[in-house]
Ligand binder design. Structure first.
Ligand code: KG4
Ligand code: ZN
Length: 336
């Protein structure tokens, strides 16, 4: 029997989860609303909020799982990538508790966690698991990657963004039209009432299977500047169409290389993961493309798309089964 406590603190969510023999027993997430006021994550405030949240969040996860802390077999924590101050809180807490309980520590790559979220099963719900090797489009606030997932441990990145991540493109463009942070979910909601072909924005290419989003952001900005010069109320009068067109552009960019990657690798097991994989338009588009191309498509349950400790715990579980523990002297890494 293996019981893994997972801890996630890479950005602005403090989260703890318990996995017992591969089944999720609890997943507690404390979001940090303090950043909304600033329109983005303020690292200093994020680490302070983690300090406040970490003890109650871990206690709640243990209690909600119905276990005692001395039953935990190992503690898995996010080592990176992420914000240094935020990571330090989770890493230090994990070390202290692991030492007190005299159990092993397991370092987890946050991005591997997003991908392995596809293997999370719940007490009353078994989710579909992709078969190896599968292709995963990992789209979050900090990363955009195309990854060949060979097994639970081995991955190959075959494409990545050369500038902004897809989530950043959503958030930065949303900010320009006055939407709150994070903009992605708000754009998704407003896009449902808009016309996705109303406006056209640049679809930058980066070569090979790589992505680029900074040109889209610039094109969006210049487009608005010109329209506002003609009509001061342009944004207010066209908000839904702007969101739908922006979302459609981001999706088209993402899908193009996903299709190319599937053709090049001849892999038809296709998954998406990360915060942007919650986007309803992207989910529909990947599903539709999958039908056309005979893919088996895997869309993660919405609650496992954005940052959570369940994905860290399940990754820790697979590493534990492979004896991949780490030393108590392991340090966080802002980039991996
Ligand atoms: O994976 P995540 O929680 O954190 C990182 O590891 O970065 O991703 C957060 C990102 C944000 O950029 C947020 O705007 C985006 O995911 N996001 C969405 C949606 N829900 C979250 N983007 C588009 N549509 C959504 N429904
Ligand atoms: Zn993330």
């Amino acid at each position: 029997m293996a019981i893994i406590l997972g801890i996630e603190s890479s950005c602005d969510d403090t989260s703890a989860a318990i996995i017992k023999d591969g089944v999720l027993l609890s997943n507690i997430i404390a979001n940090q609303s303090v950043h909304e006021f600033y329109g983005g994550v303020i690292p200093e405030l994020a680490s302070r909020a983690h300090q406040q949240n970490i003890v109650p969040v871990v206690s709640m996860a243990i209690k909600a799982a119905g276990i005692e802390k001395n039953e935990i077999s190992a503690i898995a924590f996010t080592r990176g990538p992420g914000l240094m101050g935020s990571l330090l809180v989770g890493v230090s807490f994990a070390k202290g508790l692991a030492q007190a309980l005299n159990i092993p520590l397991i370092d987890v790559n946050h991005l591997q966690g997003h991908i392995l979220a596809h293997f999370l099963d719940e007490k009353d719900k078994k989710n579909p698991h992709p078969k190896f090797p599968f292709l995963c489009l990992l789209v979050s606030g900090g990363h955009t990657q195309l990854v060949v997932v060979k097994d639970y441990i081995n991955f190959e990145i075959i494409g990545a963004t050369i500038d902004d991540a897809a989530g950043e493109a959503f958030d930065k463009c949303a900010k320009v039209i006055g939407l709150p942070y994070p903009g992605g979910p708000v754009v998704d909601k407003l896009a449902k009432e808009g016309n996705m072909n109303a406006f056209t924005f640049a679809q930058p290419v980066a070569g090979g299977l790589n992505y680029s989003f900074s040109g889209l952001k610039t094109s969006f900005l210049y487009f608005l500047r010109d329209r506002i010069a003609e009509n001061h109320n342009f944004i207010e009068e066209n908000k839904a169409d702007l969101c739908a067109s922006l979302q459609n552009t981001i999706i088209r960019i993402l899908i193009k290389n996903l299709v190319k990657a599937s053709e090049q690798t001849e892999i038809k097991e296709v998954a998406i993961s990360g915060g942007v994989s919650a986007n309803s338009g992207l989910r529909n588009a990947v599903e539709a493309e999958g039908k056309r191309r005979n893919w088996s498509v895997y869309l993660p349950p919405l609650k496992f798309t954005t940052d959570n400790a369940a994905m860290i715990a399940i990754t820790g579980y697979f590493k534990y089964l492979n004896s991949l523990t780490c030393g108590y002297d392991t340090v966080p890494m802002t980039r991996i």
